[in-house]
Unconditional design. Structure first.
Length: 123
């Protein structure tokens, strides 16, 4: 159910690393818990976040939830499509990335889960 080409957090974000950059989004479990997503607030390009820091928020018909950065990095790209079409997160949460960061320390993966461990967490 969860793609094996990325890692996951206990806060229900996924991270897909490629060299020194990483794409970040929320998991299918998270979007299912939220319900219909109506708004996504994302940071500006250039902002720097520590691992575990809040980088934005996601609002659904049920609640507003914070989004957390799985690893420390500087935002190099933001998915502007989510501003106009936040429901994209519900349609394909593992494709609807939110931000791309340049990793400050690509080896900092101690707190991340693989797909099997994340599946066990949400079961």
């Amino acid at each position: 159910m969860y793609p094996t080409d990325r890692q996951y957090t206990t806060d229900h974000e996924w991270i897909s690393m490629s060299g020194t950059t990483a794409r970040i989004g929320i998991t299918d479990y998270a979007q299912n818990q939220l319900g219909d997503v109506v708004f996504v607030e994302l940071p500006e390009v250039g902002q720097v976040f520590e691992s575990g820091a809040q980088f934005g928020s996601i609002e659904s018909v049920k609640a507003v939830s914070d989004l957390f950065c799985p690893m420390a990095g500087r935002v190099v790209e933001v998915n502007a499509e989510l501003t106009d079409r936040p429901e994209t997160v519900n349609a394909g949460p593992h494709e609807a990335w939110m931000i791309v960061i340049e990793l400050l320390d690509p080896s900092q993966t101690d707190d991340l889960l693989d797909a099997a461990a994340y599946t066990e967490l949400v079961s």
